[in-house]
Design a protein around this ligand. Structure first.
Ligand SMILES: O=C(CO)[C@@H](O)[C@H](O)COP(=O)(O)O
Length: 224
């Protein structure tokens, strides 16, 4: 299993001070920057796009940027995220007419590719593309908004995804996104996640370092 990664979702950051916020959360021990892209079509919210990703790179952010595209259709925006400096590009199978081709487009751009599964979306498509994904992202809330509650049924789905990944023998990250906090992160890790997106739990707290330290302490207990 891969080392644990904490990926704060900047959806809950102060956008008026985004560069400073990202600096601050990385200095507090975060590993990745989780970058939520919403188009008010695939999901009922509108956020940020490749210009903001490029601006973070220009500002000096060198940490991996994990771009989660909640966008449909997705293919025509992939090149822009490649150019903007994304490290991972993940998308929802429902947002692509040709999932295999979309994965190929991401890899051709030199980025790592991942598939995202909504709470009610089955993992079955993975069977055909397991050799082409670098990340599997399970949504533990319905996508579109930060600050929602973790859907408990996702724990079983995590176990299922972990078994599929382990059986593949490939180096694939298993990321969880939605309602992750210091109280449930250990149980989520025990169910098989290795990459943890947390937005409101980190950015709504007064001390980012304290939350991330507590998350790491909980993770250490999940995998002693
Ligand atoms: O993609 C999404 C929501 O669609 C997430 O990344 C949320 O932004 C996570 O926020 P919290 O549930 O941790 O507040």
């Amino acid at each position: 299993m891969q080392p644990f990664v904490i990926a704060p979702s900047i959806l809950s950051a102060d956008f008026a001070r985004l560069g400073e916020e990202v600096d601050k959360v990385l200095a507090a021990g975060a590993d990745f920057v989780h970058f939520d892209v919403m188009d008010n079509h695939y999901v009922p919210n509108l956020t940020i796009g490749p210009m903001v990703c490029a601006a973070l790179r220009k500002y000096g952010i060198t940490a991996p940027i994990d771009a989660h595209l909640m966008v449909s259709p997705v293919d025509r925006i992939i090149g822009d995220f490649v150019e903007a400096g994304a490290t991972y590009i993940t998308f929802h199978p429902e947002a692509s007419l040709h999932v295999d081709r979309t994965l190929q487009l991401i890899h051709e751009g030199g980025c790592k590719a991942g598939l995202v599964f909504n709470p009610a979306t089955p993992l079955s498509v993975l069977e055909y593309v397991m050799d082409k994904v670098d990340m599997v992202l399970l949504m533990s809330v319905n996508p579109g908004f930060g600050g929602q509650k973790f859907i408990p049924g996702t724990l079983n789905k995590l176990r299922e995804a972990r078994a599929l990944i382990d059986a593949s023998g490939r180096d694939i990250r298993l990321e969880i996104d939605g309602g992750v906090n210091v109280n449930n992160i250990r149980e989520i890790a025990a169910a098989g996640a290795d990459t943890f997106v947390a937005g409101s739990a980190i950015f709504n707290a007064p001390d980012y370092q304290a939350v991330i330290d507590k998350m790491r302490a909980e993770l250490a207990l999940a995998r002693p």
